[in-house]
Each structure stands twice: as C-alpha cells, then as structure tokens.
Design a binder for this molecule. Sequence first.
Ligand code: RIB
Length: 288
Amino acid sequence: MSVTIGVVGSINLDLVASGAPLPQAGETVTGAQFAQHPGGKGANQALAARRLGAAVHMVGCVGDDALAETAMTLLRRDGVDVSNVMSELGTSTGVALIAVSPDGENQITVASGANTRVGPSDVAGLPNCDVILSQLEVPVTAVEAATRRAAETGALMAINLAPASGVSPQLLKDADLLIVNEIEAAFYGDALHERGGLVALTLGGDGAALFKMGQEIARVPAFEVDVVDTTGAGDTFCGALAVALAEGQPPEQALRFASAAAALAVTRPGAQPSLPNRAQVDALLGAS
Ligand code: RIB
C-alpha cells in the first residue's frame, strides 16, 4: 500500500533563462534560451513524492490569472490531490524568475503572489497523512499550523527550511525532521541540532548526511551524474526522503534513496519536468 504525504507549500510558475552566464548585480547578459515550467518548492516536493509512488495531498494557493492553470498542470496530470489548493481573487500566481548557467548553477527570484495567502485554516483540509512536508515559501503561520496538525494526527512533520528565514525556536523543536542545504545550515546554526528530531543536510557534490542531536547517524556520497540544471534537486531530495521515511526505510537507505532521486533530477532541465519516477530511482540504486 502506498504511503500518504501532505504538502503545505508554494506553487509557482518558473520562467527560466538558461545557457548564459549568471549576471552580476547591475549586469545584463544575453544569449540565454527561454522556457517556462510549473514550479514552487511546495509543488515540486509534492510532485516528487507522487512520482515516487505516494498518495499526495497539496495545500496551497494560486491567483485568479492565466498563469495558475499552467502552474498546476503537472500536479493535476500526475494525480496530486489539489482539492485543497485555493484560488484567490485579485492576486497573481507566484512566479519564479530563474537564471541557469551553462554549468547548471542557478539564481532564483520569487514573486510570491498568492503563496502569501496560505493560512492556518487552509491546513484543516488535509486528511491524515504519514508525513506532512512544508517549506518556507508560504507564511510561517501555515507551517506552524501544519506542524500542529502533524502532532495531532500522528504524522511525521518534515520542514525544508528553504529559503532560509527567521522562524521561532519552537517551530524547529516541534519538527521531527528538518532538511537544509549548507547555506541554510549556516543560517540556522546550532539551533538545528539542539532538539530531539532529525536533521538532513544536503551537500551537493559531496552527498548528504543525517544527524540526530548533533550526532551523525548516516552519510552517503553523491551519485556521479552529468549536471544540466540543479533547479529542484533539493525539492526532489525532500519529497523522496519523505516517501522513504514514510515507507519505514532505515536512515541510511532513506538518505541513499533521496540522493539517487536528486541526482537524477540534476541531469535534466527544469524543476518539475526533471523529477524522476520510482523505476528510474530504483534503476540508479540497483546500478550503483
Ligand atoms: O527549489 C526550486 C524552486 O524554487 C523553483 O521551482 C522556484 O519556483 C522556486 O520556488
């Protein structure tokens, strides 16, 4: 039986310029190719979990503009339950302006739009889940409500602390799992580890590690792949780790599963178009 994941998070339309060097402040660069894809950390993580076999329920908000349907296309197509995604009159759908360099690094600016309208009451629509997963592209009050809901219903609460921003020490303590990259780990510092829950740290080309109360309990190296676009790799890792832990995979196996999914995501352009399915992740795990 498949596991159930609830995601409380952002939904964006990604407008991507790739193939030109990343601009410095005040600089204009030319020669990029344009593409648009559905994105947003919440939606990416929801779709990642769905493609890996979970039943997924998404709580979010889009605007009443033409961008909303495009932003929701892949969530709908792949069977994420979007009955708790609101459409807010008079607001614009979230948009991410993304520049991707020839070696796959990116810069992202988000115009949050309707994502700022996700509130605590929206979380009430979530059914019981094995894991509730959230990020910081929606108001922290919604993340706090998701955390309370997880505690009430016995779900594991996972928070991807991205993008790094101020949250209460209590929220960090209440989460069962915090997921950070190196920049976010430096931002939050010791507060990540002064609690009983797990911390997953992604290290790019150096793999990933899992900590409990400051002690490393698992570490995996990165899979060697050709990097095309790192956008959405962290989201893939989060969605996959949520699925693996919900399935009861032990820590090192879960970390390896999430790292394999993220490795596949960087080999293709775009966030949501690059998310792998279960068979692809199993094949990479089997081959290594
Ligand atoms: O993590 C990648 C995502 O960050 C993009 O899809 C973009 O929408 C921003 O939210």
